[in-house]
Design a protein around this ligand. Structure first.
Ligand code: B1M
Length: 234
């Protein structure tokens, strides 16, 4: 996309130009440039969350469109994902160190058959930043992984992520198994991922669908608050 890469000095660009350049660099999978761009925006006083959503997630949306349209292919998208992770690595401590008091615990993982983890990682980061303890099960999780983690970790929340229309139904397999085992109502079940919506969340028996990481945090706080209040009045 950007052939004149060598000629561009990121620090000389104004904010808008820099964000546009970061979109190009993410598209081209240029991890070092993305890291430099993130650092420059932070030095200019940008809030870490704005860097994340406006520069990184914004860039990945463009990658997603061209991936869908057959302009980009898996190897290129993997490079873009790698560059995005480089930026997220810098932002993580800043998003996590808010000094927020511990508000609850969440186990989260991407479902079986699905290896997308950027969104799930973002949710985990933001939840930690909001004071949740997070146990991240990674990708490609069969139902047993979730159930084992629920038993050993005893979280308030089970979070599941799916990015494929073919893997999102697996969330129902997990919830149905929880129902069979009589443990469904012991946990708050939150689901998310680009192909999901509110209706799907309801249909599979989740407590809530979360559109993005910020909504996940708000929803988690709300449900944990409700759970504690119920506990207090029970
Ligand atoms: Co994939 N891929 N991919 N991919 N990929 C999508 C999802 C796709 C929409 C691209 C497209 O066609 N436009 C498409 C799915 C189409 C469909 O299902 N209808 C697709 C496809 C087809 C595939 C393959 C099948 C391609 C192939 O092999 N032919 C393959 C499948 C592999 C598999 O999983 N078995 C595949 C592979 C890959 C890569 C490995 C190359 C790479 C993943 C790298 C990685 O994650 N480490 C990749 C990527 C990067 C994408 C896109 C471009 C970007 C996803 C992303 O990271 N977005 C994606 C296109 C898109 O989504 N626009 C695409 C940024 C991230 C911040 O957003 O993940 O939505 P998102 O997370 C958000 C919210 O959704 C929400 O909060 C997050 C933060 O705000 N959220 C949650 C997510 N999880 C949550 C959990 C919660 C709460 C909220 O729990 C409480």
């Amino acid at each position: 996309m950007s052939e004149d890469q060598d000629d561009i000095i990121l620090s000389e660009l104004d904010d808008d130009e820099l964000v546009q350049q970061m979109f190009d660099d993410l598209y081209d999978g240029l991890k070092e440039e993305i890291e430099e761009g993130v650092n420059i925006l932070l030095e200019r006083g940008w809030a870490p969350y704005d860097v994340l959503t406006k520069a990184l997630v914004g860039g990945m949306t463009i990658v997603g469109k061209d991936f869908r349209d057959g302009i980009l292919f898996v190897p290129e998208v993997l490079l873009a994902a790698n560059a995005m992770k480089g930026g997220m690595f810098i932002l993580k401590p800043l998003l996590v160190e808010t000094g927020a008091p511990r508000v609850g615990k969440m186990v989260i993982g991407t479902v079986k058959g699905d290896i997308h983890d950027i969104g799930k990682n973002l949710v985990a980061m933001m939840m930690e930043g909001a004071g949740f303890e997070v146990v991240d099960l990674g990708i490609n999780n069969p139902v047993e992984n979730y159930l084992n983690a629920l038993e050993t970790e005893g979280p308030d929340i089970l979070g599941m992520s799916a990015l494929l229309t073919t893997t999102m139904p697996y969330m129902k397999v997990v919830i149905d198994t929880m129902i069979e085992q009589g443990i469904r109502d012991d946990y708050i079940v939150l689901v998310g991922g680009a192909p999901l919506n509110e209706e799907f969340g309801k249909a599979i028996g989740a407590d809530a669908y979360c559109r993005d990481a910020a909504v996940a945090v708000e929803t988690a706080k709300e449900w944990v608050g409700r759970k504690h209040n119920q506990g207090a009045t029970a």
